[in-house]
Structure formats: C-alpha cells, structure tokens
Design a protein around this ligand. Structure first.
Ligand code: ADP
Ligand code: MG
Length: 320
C-alpha cells in the first residue's frame, strides 16, 4: 500500500530548567493514503508533540533529536522552512490545533478570519477569498449568512467547525485533528465527529485523529496507535485492537469502553502517568501494569510486529 506518511524512530525532547522532557521517545508508524489513523493515549503521553513535529510547529524549546518523518517520500525534517511553508504546510498537511475553538480572534468576523487564512497562502484577491470562505462554511455546514458573525455569536461547536474550515482552506491532502471534540458537550461532539467522517469521505482526506478517548477513534478511524509515556505500545486495525488487545494498557482502554454506543464515562488507568523527565526503567508501563514480571522492570520490550500491520511492545507478548 502506498504510504503517505512514514514516521521512523521519531524522538522529540523539550529542554526545560529541570532537564530534558522525553515527550516522544522513538516511535514509528505509517499512514496510508486515504486512511484515518487514531493516536490515542492519556494526557501528557506525547500525542500533540507528534502532531507538532509533523507540521514542524514545535515550540522553541522542543527539538526533534532523532528519527525521520517522510511525507510522500519527502524528508520533512530536512526541508527548509521557507520551502515547507510554500509547498507543504496548510497546502498538503494541515492541523486543527488542540483547544482551537477558543483561538479565534474576537474582534474579526469568522468570514474575515477564514479569508485571511486563504489570502496568506494563496494567490487570490479579497473577493475570491470571501467567496471561498463562504464555500468552506457550507462545507462544514454553517449557514453562509453567518460569514459576518463574530466568534462570540457562534456556539462552541460552530467555532470548532470554523477552525476545521480554516484547516481545509488550502485543500490539504492530510489533516491532523488534535482532540477536536474534547471541550464540547456530548451531542456537539457527536456532530463534529459526524462532520469529520463526512469530510474524510467527501474530500478523500487522509487524517490523523488525536484523542484520549478510544471510543472516538472507534467511530472514525481505520487504524489506531496507542501511546503511553512517549512510546507507541500497540498499533493495528481498529477492529482487531478492539477484539483482541495485546498490550495491558490497550486492554484497559478497551475494557472501559465495552460498547461504543452505550459508552461509559471515561475511566482512567489506576496510578499516575510517569514523569517524562525521568521515565521508568524497563517497560514504562510496568509500575501500573497488573501483569508486570521481573523482566518488565529491567528490560525495555521491543516494539515487534506480531502480524501484518499489527505491532506491540510487551514482554508477555514477545515471550509467547
Ligand atoms: N513546551 C513544552 N516544554 C516542556 N515540556 C512540554 C512542552 N510541551 C509539552 N511538554 C511535555 O511533554 C509531554 C507530552 O506533552 P503533549 O505532547 O502535549 O502530550 P498530549 O498531547 O498527549 O497530552 C508532557 O509531559 C508535557 O508536559
Ligand atoms: Mg495534546
């Protein structure tokens, strides 16, 4: 299968006064064209950092210290910023940032803000940009009359739709949605997920959906990667992960969501996430793992392929 995005052994660290935060510490995955990949894991495990590394929008103290990110075979990490801006960012790869529904500027209308995003990246005049802004609004199912509304005149769900419209402004091929429904009520969440699903199909978008909620991934994604403490612990087709989770952390996530529709409240794994300044030795999950063995405290498990498209890093699995 043709892979659109290929990530190999990516490492991203943040330098802080207390030392180096190993936010992403050697992860590999690929996303095929037209596919939807879910990146799931609890808060602080490094999901947003992966997204910022792909779009090369890391904050100044963040640095890719190892690995490769290839997009359509092109090495994104060695590309010059100027070229990346001109050819890739927003035009090929776009992102709906985490918490973005509160990122609109309160003093400009949503139409002006979408048009501004278009004018920044494309060679069109103001009239064309406004026309395109209206098309984008209708694409995300906001009545076009609202083009002259201010952000505070829209609901949270509509503001999130505007942010999605902006991410789609330059007809990207690949869009990252970072926690697109997190701050919304349950009904609005469902509507936004429905919209994303529809856009994936209609625009033939390749997507990466980031969430702490496996049920969201199950709604929208073909494949899922489960992250824990800066590492991928398991990945594979969503059905297979649901049917037979191999990693104890995945098993926990799946067990707390017995059915996607009749869903329970989000349940957290007992214990606390590790400090990424100084992650646990051995398997990073061992302090919280109900099955931890001696080896888990000492040796880091390899991320191994258990079958085509299915990977896991757990000593119990590699020893079977
Ligand atoms: N700018 C930063 N400086 C230092 N540490 C950071 C910075 N941004 C994120 N981190 C740390 O990196 C880790 C991963 O963060 P993040 O990628 O935001 O995780 P997630 O999106 O899964 O919640 C966390 O421990 C977080 O505290
Ligand atoms: Mg995040």
């Amino acid at each position: 299968m043709g892979m659109l995005l290929d990530i190999r052994d990516l490492k991203v660290y943040y330098s802080t006064l207390r030392g180096s935060v190993k936010a992403v510490d050697g992860i590999s995955f690929s996303i095929g064209k037209g596919r939807s990949y879910g990146l799931v894991g609890e808060s602080g495990c490094g999901k947003t950092t992966v997204a910022l590394a792909i779009t090369r929008l890391l904050p100044p103290n963040g640095e890719v210290v190892g690995g490769e990110i290839r997009y359509n075979g092109i090495d994104l990490l060695s590309m010059r910023e100027e070229e990346l801006k001109r050819k890739i960012r927003w035009k090929k790869i776009s992102i709906v940032f985490q918490g973005s529904l509160n990122a609109l500027n309160p003093v400009f209308t949503v139409g002006d803000q979408i048009a501004e995003a278009i004018l920044l990246h494309e060679d069109v005049d103001k009239e064309e940009a406004r026309q395109r802004a209206m098309e984008l609004l209708s694409l995300v199912r906001i009545p076009t009359e609202r083009v002259d509304y201010y952000p505070h005149e829209l609901s949270g769900g509509q503001r999130q739709r505007v942010m999605i419209a902006m991410a789609l402004a330059c007809n990207p091929e690949f869009t990252i949605f970072d926690e697109p429904t997190t701050a919304l009520d349950v009904i609005t969440q469902a509507q936004i997920l429905e919209l994303i699903k529809d856009l994936q199909e209609r625009l033939k978008l390749t997507t990466m959906l980031i969430t702490h909620d496996l049920a969201v991934v199950a709604e929208l994604c073909d494949e899922v990667g489960v992250m824990y403490a800066g590492k991928l612990v398991e990945s594979g087709e969503i059905e297979e992960i649901y049917e037979s989770p191999l990693h104890p952390y995945t098993e926990f996530l799946v067990r707390t969501f017995p059915s996607i529709r009749g869903r329970k409240e989000f349940v957290e794994v007992p214990g606390s996430p590790p400090n990424l300044l100084n992650p646990p030795r051995g398997c990073r999950f061992h302090p919280r793992c109900p099955y931890a063995m001696e080896i888990c405290r000492k040796e880091e498990p390899e991320y191994v392929k258990v079958e085509e498209g299915r990977f896991v890093s757990c000593h119990r699995v590699s020893r079977r």
